[in-house]
Design a protein around this ligand. Sequence first.
Ligand SMILES: N[C@H](CCC[C@H](N)C(=O)O)C(=O)O
Length: 270
Amino acid sequence: MRVEFIKMHGLGNDFVVLDARETPLPAAMTPQVAAALADRHTGIGCDQLIVLEPAKDADFTMRIYNHDGGEVEACGNATRAVGMLAGGNARIATSGGLLETRASEGGIAVDMGEPRLDWDTIPLAYAMDTLSLPVGWDGLEHPVAVNVGNPHIVFFVEDNDVVQLDQLGPEIEHDPLFPDRINVNVATIEDRHTLRLRVWERGAGLTRACGTGACATAVAAMRRGLTEREVTVHLPGGPLVIGWGEDNRITMTGPAAESFRGTFDWSEYS
Ligand SMILES: N[C@H](CCC[C@H](N)C(=O)O)C(=O)O
């Protein structure tokens, strides 16, 4: 059975979107099918696979599968992409919570909700001060831990361009300190309004941008008093504007784009 897909991206963090709001998929999505579709050699290829489904008390449900097939709670760049697909303004139910998008002159603005800062909400395996974990890996020391629907740690370094994130990322991602694994952010503060960020994503590896990583890194910098409460985060794929309001809610604003549309034969991937 042929299934339609929409190829999209947010600053080069790319997605295959399956819109099952009107027509259900031939069968329930599984980690195996998601990984097969995400494979850049034998599949369509993407960092995350996104499935849109009907929702009771939202416009629709967004399910997120990483490149490795694992289903996860949040994806900031994909939220902007499907918000754009829905015309800009959308209320989107995810397993990480309800997200609201609106059209903005910067592209799409997303209310990402409130960060979770306690060790057991990241989650960590042990009670720790999440503002400065007493751990380190080869020069990456004392990270901040933040959950923005999904789990992140954030290292601040002099020059994040020289960090061997392709080697350190998987080691940290799979450390037993992180029962649900972790997204690894390495950031450099440029000034009180500007950060540079590179991300090793849980289940996807190095990506050109990570929306939730930008949110987690901005909150981490603000918690440490390193920046103002609105910053521009420069990722390899481009900039995102992140604010953390007095209402404790995070706003992420940035572009989203559709690349192309196509179809695939479901039976070849299941
Ligand atoms: N790798 C993330 C999901 C995608 C996050 C990223 N693509 C974003 O834009 O937020 C995780 O396992 O929690």
